[in-house]
Structure formats: C-alpha cells, structure tokens
Design a binder for this molecule. Structure first.
Ligand SMILES: Cc1cc2nc3c(=O)[nH]c(=O)nc-3n(C[C@H](O)[C@H](O)[C@H](O)COP(=O)(O)O)c2cc1C
Length: 459
C-alpha cells in the first residue's frame, strides 16, 4: 500500500492500534524526548506517538512513526523489505554491464513513474511565514543539547549549475523564528551543493520539508548515486509518481503533500556555532560552525502534523530506518562485487559505524576486499568491518563473536587504516572447518523419529 502523505500513514497506524495519541500537555524541553525515549526502549510496545498538546505550539507532534521493522516496511509499501530487495535485484540483472549507480539510474527512469510539477499543493494551504519556526513543536531533547532541533527534515537543494535536486536528511538547529543552522557532512549531497554555491559567492535556495510520502522521508536518509534523485528512487520503489510542486521562493520542487515547507537561503560563508547535539553514539557532538539558513517563508497544510525522530543512545527509531537501508543496499553492493554474500550493519552501529560482511572470496586478500568495500557508499564510513565466510549467519551475533574470537593471529587478521579497522574472521585461512559429515547428518535426519528427541532440542 502506498501512502501519499504522513497523515494517511498515521491514520493507518492508528487503525492498526499501532499509534497512541497523547492528549496531556507535554513540554518540548526534555519532557517530550523523555517520553519518546521510553517508548523507543520498549514502553507501549514501541508504538508510534502523536503528541497533540505540545506546550507553545498548536501543531501536533508525530514521533517514532518508523519505530519498528514492520512500520518501516509499511512506509515503503510492503510487508517485508526483502520483497523490494528482490525486485531491485531482479531489475539490476538487466543492467549487468553497468556499475550499480548507472544501473539504478536506468531502472529508476524506466519505472514509468515520473513526478510532474503541479500547481495544486496542499502543503501551501496556510502561510505561517510570520510565526516561522516558533510555530513548530521542535524538541530540545537532551540536557546538553545546544537548542531545539528539527530531526526529520528533508533538505532540498540543487547545484548552482542546475541538474537533479538533492534531498538529504540533515539535522537543523532552530536559532530563532527565521534563522536555522543545517548540519550536513562535507561529502553529502547538501554539503557539496553548499560548497558549490559558496564558491560562486551566491545565496543557495533551500527548502526543508517535514512530512510528505513516508517513502520519501526514508529515501532522504539513503546515500544515492549522483545520477539518481531521492524522488526518482522513491518513485521507482513505490511504482508511484510522487506529486511535487514548485516552491514559493525558488525553483526547487517539493512533495505537494508535505505537512510543512520551510524555505530560505544559505548565504555564502555565513556560519554560526551549531550544537552540542546528543548523538546515537551516546556522546554529544561538540558545537562547531555550520551554515546559516535565513528563512523567507513557511507554509503548512490544513491541520498539519510535525514529524520528528529522537536521536540518541539505541535502541532508537533510526535503527529501523537504517536496517531497511542495509537490506536495499545489498543488491547494489552485490551488483558491483558479486563475491559479497550478505551484509549486516548491527542496529547499534546506526547506519554506518560497523559492517559485518560475508564473502565468497576465500582467496581474495583482506586488503583488496577492504579497499573495495571502503569505496562503496554503504560501507565507506564504517570504522569496523568484520569479514566472515560465505556460510556465516551475520545476523546471529553470538555466532559472529565466536568466529571473530577464533580469527587467525591478530597480526594477520587485523588491518588498521586511517582510523578504520578490518578484522578478517574468515575460516578459510584456518583450513578445514569442523562440521558434521553431511551424508551422515542426512541419514540421522531420516532416522530422527527413532531417537525420540524433539527437533527444538537442537541448537
Ligand atoms: C534521523 C537521521 C538524522 C540524520 N542526521 C544527519 C545529519 O545531521 N547530518 C548528515 O550529514 N547526515 C545525517 N543523516 C544521514 C544522512 O541523511 C544520509 O547520509 C543521507 O544519505 C544524506 O543524503 P545525501 O547522500 O543526499 O547527502 C541522518 C540520517 C537520519 C536517518
């Protein structure tokens, strides 16, 4: 099922008893985050939340809407993300001569779901430019945070030379009603656009979108090849054309069904201190200069809802967003490196910190494998890669630990390069694996009923 906007997704969750409305008044300063944190840690069966009465704002706040594996799959329009991974894998087969980036660009274009800019847009129903960011129930989440943040904003920018627009999920710190800071990593799509406009000495138009099709919100957190925009990717995955509309103050196109659209400009070279920001590592990212956004307009739809995610120590909502990124990145990785069997980025590593990779490449030297992996978008930021045999169950962490601790001498199995580490825990280097004889095992299984043992007793 495709959800054209956040509100339809929220209604669907509520109908499925997977969302709780909180009518009591809640303070956006620390209190709302404390509630959301408890729910992410397991309270109320991790349901999505709609805080209807956040002090200081008339706009309800939606949190944890992507807070389970099932809800992320639902947002992507499927029961299980593996369904999408399978069709992506199948589609990539028709482009075997291309690298994954070109292949994804081709199949995204062939999906017959091209967004066309229309003038009809519910997201521009109410002009809230005068109140600006003060109207939003943006959270101050942790005691040491530098201020209030928009955490689920889809930041739309375009290169000054034109071309595809980028939509990245970057945190936005609220300074006052018409001023914010954007924190995007230098290598990100938004970061490279800011640098390009800066080099020209020109102000960069930017639109920060909250809400819209949940599948696009998810896509904003995916690092896509240059030739594929997040809207194209969302259209391809959903087989729908997301309705888009031109912004009020620039030629950027945003989803017409967005809840809130904030438009402004990043002036060349204008920076202010951003942070500290309580992060998923469990520490605060120290404050440092970030580009300033001068806000020109803010529009909302009727009865808008403000979506946010709490970033902090796991388990948190972003782990489930990350899990789907992992599953849908695997076919692309395998397209370029067929020796990759599976990948698992443990949830506590949030997106990029650690990657377990099983490989069908017993003879390939660890240095060659790690160089190839570190060039991929998915793994380039992993500080830890653990290589395992092709038959390893990466999702069984005790099993991974067992392999890891039994790796060859650390001297031969560990490679440290530029503050990143690879541990080669492939058994191949240790000779024959200890396993039951397969034909004996087959015979045992045929005779199993004779032994009066329950199957579950096997571990
Ligand atoms: C909840 C959430 C918050 C994020 N915050 C940031 C951030 O503040 N800065 C950043 O550069 N990336 C952040 N990311 C990661 C980016 O969204 C991700 O790298 C994405 O690929 C960026 O898009 P781009 O490749 O078009 O730049 C965040 C991701 C999520 C899911």
């Amino acid at each position: 099922m495709y959800f054209a906007d956040l509100q339809r997704f929220i209604t669907h969750l509520e109908d499925a008893d997977d969302l709780i409305r909180i009518k009591a008044s809640v303070d956006p300063y620390l209190e709302a985050a404390a509630i959301i944190d408890q729910v992410c840690k397991g309270a109320a069966e991790k349901r999505a939340l709609l805080l209807e009465n956040v002090k200081g704002s008339k706009i309800p706040l939606a949190a944890n809407v992507f807070g389970t594996q099932k809800r992320v799959a639902m947002a992507l329009g499927v029961d299980n993300v593996e369904q999408l991974a399978k069709s992506l894998r199948d589609d990539l087969k028709s482009c075997s001569e291309m690298c994954s980036g070109q292949a994804l660009a081709k199949i995204s274009k062939n999906s017959n779901s091209e967004s066309i800019c229309s003038d009809v847009a519910s997201c521009f129903a109410i002009d809230m430019s005068a109140e600006g960011l003060d109207a939003l129930p943006a959270l101050h989440s942790w005691p040491g945070d530098g201020g209030r943040y928009l955490t689920l904003g889809q930041v739309f920018t375009r290169h000054p030379d034109g071309g595809r627009q980028n939509c990245g999920m970057y945190r936005v710190q609220v300074l006052d009603k018409h001023t914010a800071l954007i924190r995007c990593h230098p290598g990100s799509g938004g970061g490279s656009h800011i640098a390009a406009w800066h080099a020209r000495g020109e102000a960069m138009p930017v639109s920060i979108v909250l809400g819209g099709p949940p599948i696009l919100t998810w896509c904003a957190g995916v690092s896509l090849p240059e030739d594929v925009s997040e809207i194209e990717y969302a259209n391809y995955l959903s087989r729908q054309a997301i309705a888009v509309t031109e912004c009020q103050t620039s030629d950027l196109c945003v989803p017409s069904t967005a809840e809130i659209v904030i438009e402004g400009h990043v002036l060349p070279g204008e920076m202010q201190q951003e942070g500290p920001f309580g992060n998923h590592t469990g520490s605060y990212i120290p404050s440092s200069p970030a580009p300033v956004v001068r806000i020109k307009s803010m529009y909302t739809r009727e009865d808008a809802v403000y979506p946010c995610t709490l970033v902090g120590p796991p388990p948190m909502e972003n782990m489930f967003l990350a899990q789907a990124v992992e599953r849908l990145s695997l076919p692309l990785l395998q397209h370029d490196h067929p020796w990759i069997v599976d990948i698992h980025m443990p949830l506590e590593g949030i997106y990029h910190r650690a990657a377990l990779v099983s490989v069908d490449a017993a003879k390939l030297p660890v240095a060659e494998i790690s160089t190839a992996l570190w060039q991929t978008r998915m793994i380039r930021n992993s500080r830890l890669i653990i290589l395992l045999d092709k038959d390893s169950d990466l999702h069984n962490i005790p099993n991974v630990y067992w392999r890891l601790i039994n790796a060859d001498s650390w001297t031969n199995s560990v490679l440290i390069d530029d503050n990143k580490m690879v541990v080669d825990a492939r058994r191949a280097s240790q000779g024959l694996a200890v396993r039951p004889d397969q034909s004996t095992l087959n015979k045992v299984m045929k005779r199993w009923h004779e032994f009066d043992l329950k199957r579950e007793e096997l571990s």
